[in-house]
Design a binder for this molecule. Structure first.
Ligand code: SF4
Ligand code: SF4
Length: 380
């Protein structure tokens, strides 16, 4: 099949990445969670980029087999940590995924995801507005305020109780806020990363118009923050206000909070890829845990920029669920060896993946804001 101009543009834009990675002696191979689990050279960062080069040079066809490999990346960005050239593999693979969708050769689950997303504007096909209304007092739903809380689809679907914890903390800080509860409450990452570019473009324009006028937007989801701040900007869309992860917003005001019931557990912190490597937010969640417990959290051997993945990114839980789950189980084995009683994180997808992977061993996984809310004690 002839290469269309879109694909040619992508090959041109990512020429440096494709050349460097495909001729690299696999310097980041050891760190790639997908390669670790699948024990395959094809899915190493070098392997995936070499395949893309061979497709570009028409040595191999762009068919369902090659497309499947482009979907074997969680976008964890840990390859960049060990890369002399600071190369990011995921944007290149996402361009290839978009082409796979356009050609109809993407994995079936990636193709079907669009249909589910279009039902309600989120990957779960769920009425997320109803979830917000069930967990947030009515006075925080409509009208204007200083701060808009953008809950994000994953947090609402998997951890609606976390929303109550955020409300509890924002109330304790006397923040003037509202919670987005109408329309599509999704940043669009699930469709963007799976390759549905046209739908994402329409959605991102519509969402940006709805967010116009808000001075500060906070979200418990690092992926939402990264998309609203960085990915939208690549297409010329920029929210007028500041976009922050909830941990950044709250950590800056911790001195205003009084802890009445410190959480008495030995806690270890897991750095979410989108919060840490993508947004560079490492200290705020740790400061929140220190406030909630009175002590610094324990650290995984690999943490901050070297923190390992939960398996939840890049649509891998949808397209290659066994790989995603095994990556999460690896992390929970590290947790079991850590001596900690509880794993805390600051991302709804990490919480979901690690909670599910650690359930059999009785592991407890919590969000940092939920722990902070707990430490504040009952309201009043
Ligand atoms: S990301 Fe860097 S280290 Fe990894 S394969 Fe590419 S060039 Fe090599
Ligand atoms: S971003 Fe993560 S999963 Fe993807 S190739 Fe790099 S190390 Fe592997």
């Amino acid at each position: 099949m002839a290469q269309n101009s879109e694909l040619k543009r992508a090959f041109q834009a990512f020429r440096r990445e494709i050349e460097y990675c495909s001729y690299c002696p696999k310097l980041c191979r050891f760190a790639c969670p997908v390669a670790q689990i699948e024990h395959s050279e094809t899915v190493t960062p070098t392997g995936k980029m070499t395949l893309l080069r061979l497709v570009r040079d028409r040595v191999l066809p762009f068919d369902a087999d090659s497309a499947d490999v482009f979907y074997r990346c969680t976008g964890c960005l840990i390859s960049r940590t060990y890369c002399e050239h600071r190369i990011e593999v995921m944007p290149v693979l996402e361009a290839a995924r978009a082409e796979a969708v356009a050609r109809g050769v993407a994995p079936a689950r990636a193709m079907q995801a669009l249909e589910t997303w279009q039902k309600q504007g989120n990957p779960f096909g769920e009425d997320l507005s109803a979830i917000v209304r069930n967990h947030v007092p009515e006075k925080y739903l409509d009208g204007s305020a200083e701060v808009l809380l953008f809950p994000g689809c994953t947090a609402l679907h998997y951890h609606p109780a976390n929303l109550e914890a955020i409300v509890r903390v924002l109330e304790a800080l006397h923040v003037d806020f509202r919670v987005l509860h109408q329309g599509r409450i999704c940043c669009g990452n699930p469709i963007h990363t799976l390759g549905h570019r046209e739908t994402f473009a329409t959605h991102s324009r519509e969402l940006m118009a709805r967010l116009a006028g808000w001075k500060t937007i906070v979200s418990p989801c690092p992926t939402c923050v990264y998309y609203l701040k960085e990915v939208y900007a690549r297409t010329g869309l920029k929210p007028a206000g500041e976009v922050l992860h909830i941990s950044e917003y709250v950590a800056a005001r911790l001195s205003e909070l009084s802890v009445r019931e410190p959480v008495e557990k030995k806690i270890i912190y897991h750095d979410p890829c989108h919060l840490g490597r993508y947004l560079g937010v490492y200290d705020p969640p740790r400061l929140i845990l220190e406030k909630a417990t009175g002590q610094q959290p324990l650290e995984f051997y690999e943490h901050r920029e070297a923190g390992t993945c939960c398996g939840g990114g890049g649509g891998v839980p949808l397209t290659h669920p066994q790989t995603a789950r095994a990556i999460g189980q690896n992390k929970m084995q590290d947790f079991a060896r850590s001596g900690a009683e509880l794993l805390a994180t600051a991302c709804p997808m990490c919480q979901r993946m690690l909670d599910r992977s650690g359930r059999e061993q009785g592991a407890v996984v919590e969000d940092v804001i939920a722990l902070l809310a707990q430490s504040l004690g009952p309201q009043g």
